[in-house]
Design a binder for this molecule. Structure first.
Ligand code: NAD
Length: 453
């Protein structure tokens, strides 16, 4: 049995490790076009923040360790050029030798990930313009910051990378301007959450322009200087970070006849099987079922990639595992603010034609006489018809991400808002008021449903 995995980061290495564990006698081969495998890309902004740290810290498993200790045949700097399902082979090029050859498989796992969107703007490929997706991207940007000592940075995109990198670059002493195309930063979030994040950016002297259309990036008058031209004027800067989203890397999959879902990512069932026999897909290149809507969606996040990879690897090795789906939980930190979301947002709720209330509440995070209490802003989306919780978003201090996890569990269990309000949550003054902000928010949502607020 020969199991071939394309891509050696989160989903790919999870798949390979699991396949080898389930079928120790199988030949498990991973082709990765980069030089690094198995790293935590989500840690890159925090690593860039600290000049003394090496990016190698983020590598979980070195290729030689994967080979020696896990028995996985990892081939870095090997690019798969094509999948030929009719003959069950992949065409691979060794990037150090330029020679291409065919490699057979019995089972194939496609874990090709996602690639950053580069808007087709004049000057987008100039030196000093960066994207941040992979560890090599992080290395290039970190080196540039360390070696050229830039003073100004422009970030295109006020999404997750924009937020995390605004903090990272500010902490490295740069002045930061975020240019966001949408009318607000964090466009997938309720305006209560986006506004709270905006205030935190302003408190930390990050300049934010929204509703901006970027026209071009041009070389400035002095070496290394760039000028970003927009419909709201020009901004001079030493570096530009393009963080305007990602798209699934499905070039190989598409050419091989794998079916794509409506999102543009590879359509898979809950066993991570594609429409092509013996071919599985997992991670940022694949869809997942959203447990709240029941529909396939594309939400490329690290934890999902690891879980899907594990299921794909197990099943490639002959098991019958299922991936339970997602509820769209994500969180990030912005200076002293924590932001998290789970479930559906208002845009998705409208697209599904559901009638829901968006209930906003604000509350302190600790016992009233306990020091250090912070404010937490909560937005709950609750379906009017059946009182089911559809989504939750929070911004504030004190364990926002872990509080969001409670809502995620409630969503996964299909709870109504009344059931959420009855949850038996912990209480001690350092951690929460007698009624945790979760329970307060649920109570407020119940009042909003009744039109009593
Ligand atoms: P994103 O989708 O989070 O944000 C992209 C932003 O760019 C949006 O606000 C969008 O409106 C804006 N935009 C799009 N085109 C633009 C243009 N031409 N000019 C200006 N703004 C424009 O994407 P990202 O920040 O690039 O992150 C990439 C992926 O990585 C996302 O899927 C994200 O969820 C994920 N990620 C997650 C985490 C986390 O979970 N903590 C952290 C980092 C990244």
């Amino acid at each position: 049995m020969r199991i071939v995995v394309i891509g050696g980061v989160a989903a790919g290495m999870s798949a390979a490790s699991q396949a080898k564990r389930r079928a120790p006698s199988a030949d498990v081969v991973v082709f990765e076009r980069g030089a690094w495998i198995s790293y935590g890309s989500c840690g890159i902004p925090y690593n860039i923040m600290e000049p003394a740290r090496t990016l190698d810290d983020l590598v979980v498993l070195q290729p030689d360790v994967a080979r020696k200790e896990r028995g996985i045949d990892v081939r870095v700097r090997h690019e798969v050029l094509a999948i030929r399902p009719e003959r069950k082979v992949v065409e691979v090029r060794d990037l150090d030798q330029c020679a291409a050859r065919e490699e057979p498989y019995d089972r194939l796992v496609v874990a090709t990930g996602a690639v950053p969107v580069r808007p087709p703007l004049p000057g987008i490929d100039l030196p000093g313009v960066f994207v941040l997706r992979t560890l090599p991207d992080g290395a290039v940007l970190k080196r540039h910051v360390g070696e050229t000592n830039p003073h100004e940075a422009v970030i295109l995109g006020g999404g997750y990378i924009g937020m995390e990198m605004a903090e990272a670059l500010r902490r490295r002493g740069l002045r930061v301007t975020i240019l966001e195309r949408a009318p607000q930063i964090l466009p997938g979030h309720h305006d209560e959450i986006a506004r709270t994040a905006l205030e935190e950016l302003k408190r930390n002297d990050v300049l934010v322009k929204t509703g901006v259309s970027v026209a071009s990036v041009v070389q400035g008058a002095t070496p290394g200087l760039l000028v970003v031209h927009t419909d709201q004027g020009a901004v001079a800067t030493d570096l530009v970070l393009v963080a305007v989203g990602v798209r699934p890397d499905v070039t190989l999959a598409q050419a091989a006849g794998l079916k794509m879902g409506a999102s543009g990512a590879v359509a898979v069932d809950d066993r991570q099987r594609t429409n092509v026999p013996h071919v599985f897909a997992a991670g940022d290149c694949a869809e997942a079922t959203h447990r709240v809507s029941g529909l396939p969606v594309w939400v490329p996040l690290g934890t999902t990639a690891n879980k899907q990879g594990k299921v794909a690897g197990a099943n490639a090795a002959g098991a019958d595992e299922r991936f339970a789906g997602i509820v769209g939980s994500a969180a990030f930190k912005l200076f002293d603010l924590e932001v998290g979301r789970t479930g559906l947002g208002m845009r998705e709720i409208r697209e599904l034609g559901l009638d829901a209330v968006a209930s906003v509440s604000r509350h302190r995070t600790r016992g009233h006489a306990y020091p250090g209490s912070r404010m937490i802003h909560t937005v709950l989306f609750v379906q009017r018809e059946n009182r089911r919780l559809l989504g939750a978003q929070m911004a504030g201090g004190d364990a926002v991400a872990k509080r969001i996890d409670v809502f995620a569990a409630a969503l996964q269990a299909g709870m109504t808002i009344d059931e959420v309000e009855q949850l038996d949550l912990t209480y001690a003054p350092p951690f929460a008021p007698v009624y945790d902000p979760i329970l307060i928010a649920a109570g407020v949502a119940m009042k909003d449903l009744a039109g009593r607020r």
